[in-house]
Design a protein around this ligand. Sequence first.
Ligand code: NAG
Ligand code: NAG
Ligand code: NAG
Ligand code: NAG
Ligand code: NAG
Length: 422
Amino acid sequence: MRSWRSTRVSEKIWKMQRGGSMALCRHKIKAFCYMMVLNIFICVVISVSWNLGHKRSGHHKVHIPSKRFWSKRILNETFWNKEQQRLDFIYNPNFNSAFSSTSLNTLPAWLNDTGPLDPCEPDYRVPRHIFDYNSLPKQFQDFLLYMRCRTYPMLINQPHVCSEKPFLLLVVKSLISHFERRQTIRETWGQAGVLANQTVVTVFLLGNVLSSDHFPDLQELLSHEAKLHKDILQWDYRDSFLNLTLKEVLFLEWFTKHCPQARFVLKGDDDVFVNTLRIVNYLEGLPEGESKDLFIGDVIINAGPHRDKKLKYFIPESVFVGNYPPYAGGGGYLYSGELAIRLHNVSQQVMLFPIDDVYTGMCLKKLGLVPEKHNGFKTFDIEKKYKDNPCIHRNLMLVHSRTPQEMLTIWPFIVQPELDCQ
Ligand SMILES: *[C@@H]1O[C@H](CO)[C@@H](O)[C@H](O)[C@H]1NC(C)=O
Ligand SMILES: *[C@@H]1O[C@H](CO)[C@@H](O)[C@H](O)[C@H]1NC(C)=O
Ligand SMILES: *[C@@H]1O[C@H](CO)[C@@H](O)[C@H](O)[C@H]1NC(C)=O
Ligand SMILES: *[C@@H]1O[C@H](CO)[C@@H](O)[C@H](O)[C@H]1NC(C)=O
Ligand SMILES: CC(=O)N[C@H]1CO[C@H](CO)[C@@H](O)[C@@H]1O
């Protein structure tokens, strides 16, 4: 409250001072009046902040020492930022110790949560709080209405897929209809089993389709595929681009519950080619101490939201302002299983953001970590002249994008021991 008011007031004072100096040339009396008003304002500011300070400490008997906390009050009124501030406040360690014995009713009024009690009910505050809501793309409106919901039932699970303690878990974001891509991955870089003497396990992450979106019903085919290969994880939510963050969060939850013993995780799209052999060799060579915080990929720094409605990555100004933290492109990144568990934990403190890789960057930032760039990750592909070069692919870790036919062509290069790449 306090700092918001004083910034507004000092802005007024500044404007008045500008006006005052111009007036000085013409009427000295006018200038004198401005000075008087200015003095009154300063008095008001001082007494208001004095009163507020006293009221607060006197009323609640809570002293909040952190200066950073107060500075957050002048943050922007954008929807996502505001929701995030609420989470920051609730998970603020100072707040927790000060309020541990009281209920959330003691939250300051600006943090009062007026959303639906059930986070999975559509949040109808949204259209009122976002002034340009009605002009946003339909998918974005849907994202906002369900932004708080992160629990969806599992339709297909593989609770025992990690019983052999995988060295590397390959996690592939797929869509129900991508049967061909999944089969190609199983036949090439995603072959589950033992590779370079290490256990590799593959799972595919899938959501569902809404009947209102007019997709054919492929659920029975999928069930058959799941029985055959035992590598399908499916949740009952609408699998759309803006729901990919949901896929990430649901995966982290699944991992913590069913696969926490996996040493490393590679998460990628179903149109990337992964040199699994190179990745296993790289991981084996990592010193023990370095592997705990491992998070590598094609890291993007100094990025921010796109404001053009026509772009896939569009984020409206009324929803989010600020820059993105460093993040690894969602085509594929590699991290430790231990870190996956910490990411799961911290993700509860980060509001769902509609771009999944940026969201993961936000979670890393909350953990105080920065993803590391590794040149083996080529999420923007390699030069065309090298596309058919087996030796180039041997040295890569991951490249986007490759068709099933290309994957089936490249994979034999990788595992062919007689190929001489000197
Ligand atoms: C929070 O909002 C609810 C519903 O609008 C209201 O009943 C309650 O009094 C508010 N609490 C505070 C502390 O403002
Ligand atoms: C493979 O792993 C086993 C057990 O971890 C080990 O005893 C064996 O020496 C390894 N073989 C090679 C070729 O690294
Ligand atoms: C995300 O999934 C939920 C649950 O199916 C759905 O209600 C919502 O519309 C989806 N959001 C988007 C952006 O598709
Ligand atoms: C999860 O985070 C909380 C603090 O937010 C911490 O107290 C707890 O120990 C963490 N749990 C794990 C398993 O890291
Ligand atoms: C913290 C933060 O992101 N503040 C931003 C609020 O909006 C102004 C103008 O839109 C930005 O300049 C600030 O960086």
